[in-house]
Ligand binder design. Structure first.
Ligand code: CMP
Length: 944
């Protein structure tokens, strides 16, 4: 039955971003070793998730990442004799640029653009582009006014012939109360949205401004609306939620409108944080982003069809699209591409000092970030001035970048490493950094993280053998930093160098959390170093260092003993996992017995360790199954697709998808391979247990289990994952990612298996409530998985069921969908994570509660950073890349801090805690989308 569906597994099942042939210079300008400069083109465009298929985490890098985009060739200039098909020449009013007056999305086109000619509609879209945040309607304005008058009747008065006037102070007070806003900033952002949307207008019409005025007595009036007879609380709540979401953007625009010189430190920090998430700036260094925060301007246009500039014009600015989209038009070719939020354009002319290579026409009202030519050039020139190159034998070995000093007191200039050889960078750190206090400091954004970044990412650029050898060499060598004739200076420096090595190892141990002890090389190195310290202790005054070394060695011994005592894990690849065993991290030497199937569906068991390479597993399996010849190890998925293991891959067992099974077959019989019947998952819904258990209990048990899986992962596994699973195990990470798909499919399966519509509606409510509870527990992982499970086409098409969902639930779900909306590089989801991290700090007096993040997004960021940036640039390690990767890893670490201390909701129901726990850990699901669709059609025939 499935043979017709067989096809080679497509790699790109995670279409978060797709390659875009259209994008031109959405890259970074960089200059490195040879003094030359260039544009690194990174061509990715965010597209919404494909809702026709569930988000199936796939382990191989997606296809589009392999495709190297090409830089756009300079557009052909028409010769004199050639017929020129000129785009409409429309000039843009640049007068407002200095004023940076915002044009709200909904404001009328009150003459800010001066159209000389009409727009050739062929260069626009047939249908007007629908704004993502439509401005508030009159009904919504009226609702807000009614709520204000209801809560604070005294606040609204009549002035200068205007009926519904309110002072800035009162409006802010009302907004803060009704939205329970956390800060003045948040309130201000919301007021700004109201102003930009034209809900409120300043009473003093002469005042020229685009920012909400915070002066207490400044008066606004509600335009064109009167209070309503009654308030629809749900409507109001959903309106307020929208306003809260939009507030941050409005605040950002507000800060950008401040004249560059007058931005406060706080505002610069806010702008910088926003720049960090802009795709076009993903590759620029932190210091460049900080510089850009000082000069970047906001330019807004309210009309589709506006020509920002024409091909052939002089290039005066570089643009990034903050909101909206533009068409790129070339003479004779028409629209060559469309650029969207996060894309940039206009850099070619600045870099090459050439005329504009294309015209830019707005498809919809747009907000741009603009950097003018002078600032653009200066910032890049400054980068050059701040860069120091250290050469050896005529070749660069280190490229350093000036960074702001750590404290205000510290006068000396500090440099961080942008690129360098792994060894030189290590020596540079040992020479120049004092590590003694390093571990006590809390992480501060923007501080010098070189050491931590080096340790978090070292497996990407140096082997442990080389790292240990380099440290020993440094420990034993004569110092390069002092004049060799001064014996006591030499001795002091040698003592310092030795202590530096010990402190480095100590910090490594803390960053690596015991994982370093897994390596025999490291264990030998620690012993050797300990002996050396013992020997040198007296001569170089290393007593304290010796204690540190002793502690590390003690920990190491305990760790190895633990390894030997408890190295068996009994996970079998038939989906049943003993719950207790799942609680501790899988280590490389952990063994398990797995089932490997033959082409005829018989199986044999094979004992494997997590770090066993696929080629070794294959050999063992082939021997047991007595298959000879050209044999391959494959995963057979429930939908009939299969994927081959690469010889070098580790963590074979945990790589299997939710209902995947391991097969060992002759290569020629691959085409005849069928999934096992058991892979199709259950035929009946869970029934009683799921009906009785409360949504809160579900969320509780889910969160505890997800937390166990999450805390078991180690940062190195993420690096191993992006490096192709051949540098080390990824078992704990695999389990977590499979869990994501399992939750998603569980939700979809239960919905599609439940035949009674009323039960389905009940279940739908339960899942929405469970998602809400997960969110409360800061379990954004299960929250997103549940919501995605419900957005699976097989579920979302059950219109009859959704129609019966009470409107309160429908609204909640709509909000949840917006959170998982991938637009603007998953901005909503990122904001939720950062809010959770903030909130947990506020709410607890003791330790902060951990947050379980939406892991697939972190993985996507990592893969994106890895694939979009070279690890080596002219044989030097690209530390800019390492800083970015380390930043992602730190995010995980940050989420992991704290203890999960949630309380089991009391239950009167006859379901034992153990049953629910066991159920949640071993969810039986259908992970074959085709089968889900078939079931879905059985439930509701009608095609809407
Ligand atoms: P610039 O020449 O400064 O101004 C027009 C911009 O359009 C150009 O920089 C690029 O950033 C952008 N662009 C996008 N696609 C193309 C393309 N195919 N050819 C030329 N320019 C393009």
């Amino acid at each position: 039955m499935f043979s017709s569906m067989k096809k080679k597994l497509s790699l790109s099942m995670l279409p978060l971003f797709r390659s875009a042939s259209q994008e031109a210079d959405a890259g970074v300008y960089y200059d490195y070793a040879d003094g030359s400069s260039g544009i690194q083109v990174i061509s990715v465009v965010s597209t919404p998730l494909d809702r026709t298929a569930p988000w199936h985490w796939d382990y191989s890098g997606p296809d589009w990442l392999q495709q190297q985009p090409t830089e756009p060739s300079a557009p052909k200039r028409p010769s004199d004799t050639e017929e020129i098909l000129a785009p409409p020449r429309i000039t843009v009013d640049h007068l407002d640029r200095n004023n940076q007056d915002a044009i709200g999305d909904n404001q009328d086109n009150a003459g800010n653009e001066n159209h000389e000619d009409g727009v050739d509609t062929g260069l626009l879209d047939e249908e007007p582009v629908k704004p993502r945040w439509p401005p508030l309607t009159e009904a919504q304005s009226a609702l807000l006014l009614t709520s204000l008058m209801d809560s604070y009747p005294d606040y609204v008065s009549q002035k200068l012939g205007r009926k519904h006037c309110v002072t800035a102070e009162h409006l802010m007070h009302y907004i803060a109360e009704v939205t329970q806003s956390q800060s003045t900033k948040e309130t201000l952002g919301i007021c700004q949205v109201l102003l930009e949307d034209g809900v409120i207008k300043p009473l003093d019409r002469k005042t020229e401004f685009a920012d909400f005025q915070t002066e207490a007595n400044f008066v606004y009036f509600f335009d064109k609306v009167s209070p309503l007879d009654e308030i629809d609380e749900d409507e109001l709540q959903s309106l307020l939620d929208d306003l809260i979401r939009r507030g941050n953007d409005a605040l950002f625009r507000m800060m950008l409108r401040r004249q560059p010189g007058s931005r406060s430190e706080q505002e610069l920090g806010f702008i910088f944080n926003e720049l960090v998430h802009i795709k076009a700036l993903a590759q620029t260094s932190t210091s460049i982003k900080r510089e850009l925060a000082k000069v970047v301007l906001l330019e807004s246009h309210s009309s589709a069809g506006t020509v920002l500039f024409n091909q052939g014009d002089e290039g005066t600015s570089w643009y990034i699209i903050l909101k909206g989209s533009v068409n790129v038009v070339i003479y004779g070719k028409g629209v060559v591409c469309t650029l969207h939020e996060g894309d940039d354009f206009g850099k070619l002319a600045l870099i090459n000092d050439a005329p504009r290579a294309a015209s830019i026409i707005l498809r919809e009202p747009c907000h741009f970030l603009r950097v003018d030519k002078e600032d653009f050039n200066r910032i890049l020139r400054d980068v050059e001035a701040n860069t120091v190159r250290l050469k050896e034998h005529g070749k660069d070995v280190l490229i350093l970048e000036k960074i702001p000093s750590k404290s205000k007191k510290e006068k000396s200039v500090r440099y961080s490493v942008m690129a360098g050889t792994a060894e030189q960078t290590l020596e540079y750190m040992l020479d120049t950094r004092t590590f003694e206090n390093e571990t006590e400091e809390e992480h501060v954004p923007g501080r010098d993280d070189l050491l931590e970044d080096y340790l978090l990412t070292h497996t990407m650029f140096i082997s442990v053998e080389d790292l240990c050898a380099c440290l020993l060499r440094y420990y034993n060598s004569r110092p390069r930093q002092t004049n060799s004739s001064d014996a006591s200076a030499v001795k002091n420096r040698m003592s310092l160098n030795k202590r530096q090595v010990i402190q480095f190892v100590n910090f490594w141990n803390q960053v690596d959390r015991e994982v370093m002890f897994q390596s025999v090389t490291v264990r030998d190195f620690l012993k050797t170093l300990c002996e050396a310290v013992d020997k040198d202790s007296h001569q170089y005054n290393l007593d304290k260092a010796w204690n540190v070394m002793e502690d590390i060695l003690d920990n190491c011994t305990k760790y190895v003993e633990g390894l030997n005592q408890n190295s068996k894990l009994n996970i079998s690849s038939d989906g049943t996992k003993s719950s207790e065993d799942n609680l501790r991290p899988i280590r490389p030497s952990d063994e398990s017995v797995i089932k490997v199937y033959n082409a005829d569906a018989t199986y044999s068991t094979v004992r494997v360790s997590a770090d066993m390479r696929a080629s070794v597993v294959l050999k063992a399996a082939a021997k047991k199954l007595q298959i000879e010849g050209n044999v391959v190890l494959v995963e057979m998925k429930s939908n009939g697709e299969y994927s081959l293991f690469k010889d070098e891959e580790m963590s074979v067992e945990t790589k299997l998808s939710v209902n995947g099974r391991l097969f060992c077959v002759p290569k020629e019989s691959l085409a005849q391979l069928n999934p096992l019947p058991e892979q199709q998952g259950p035929n009946e819904p869970t029934g009683k247990l799921l009906e009785t258990v409360t949504s809160k209990e579900l969320a509780y048990h889910c969160t505890l289990y997800d937390w166990q899986l999450f805390r078991n992962i180690h940062e190195t596994e993420l690096i191993n994952h992006i490096l192709g699973r051949s540098t080390g195990i990824t078992s704990n990470l695999d389990r977590l990612l499979v869990r994501f798909n399992q939750i998603q499919f569980w939700v979809s399966s239960e919905m599609c298996l439940t035949s009674s519509q009323s039960k389905r509606v009940h279940l739908l409510k339960k899942f929405i409530k469970a998602a809400a509870h997960c969110k409360e527990y800061f379990n954004l992982f299960a929250f997103s998985a549940i919501v995605m499970g419900l957005t699976n086409t097989a579920v979302s098409r059950l219109k009859g069921t959704w129609e019966k969902l009470p409107s309160k639930f429908a609204k909640i779900f709509k909000d949840f969908e917006e959170i998982i909306d991938p637009s603007r590089n998953h901005r909503a989801s990122r904001m939720l994570l950062s809010n959770c991290l903030d909130e947990r700090r506020k709410n607890t007096t003791t330790d902060p509660a951990p947050v379980i993040p939406f892991m697939p997004l972190i993985m996507k960021d990592l893969t994106f950073t890895h694939e979009g940036n070279k690890t080596l640039l002219d044989d030097l390690v690209n530390f800019e890349k390492m800083h970015m990767i380390a930043e992602c890893l730190r995010q995980i670490r940050n989420c992991m801090t704290g203890e999960m201390e949630i309380v089991l909701p009391s239950s009167e129901k006859p379901v034992t805690e153990f049953n629910v726990q066991n159920y949640i850990r071993n969810l039986k699901v259908i992970d074959n989308q085709r089968r889900l669709m078939q079931l879905s059609y059985k439930r509701e025939q009608k095609k809407y």
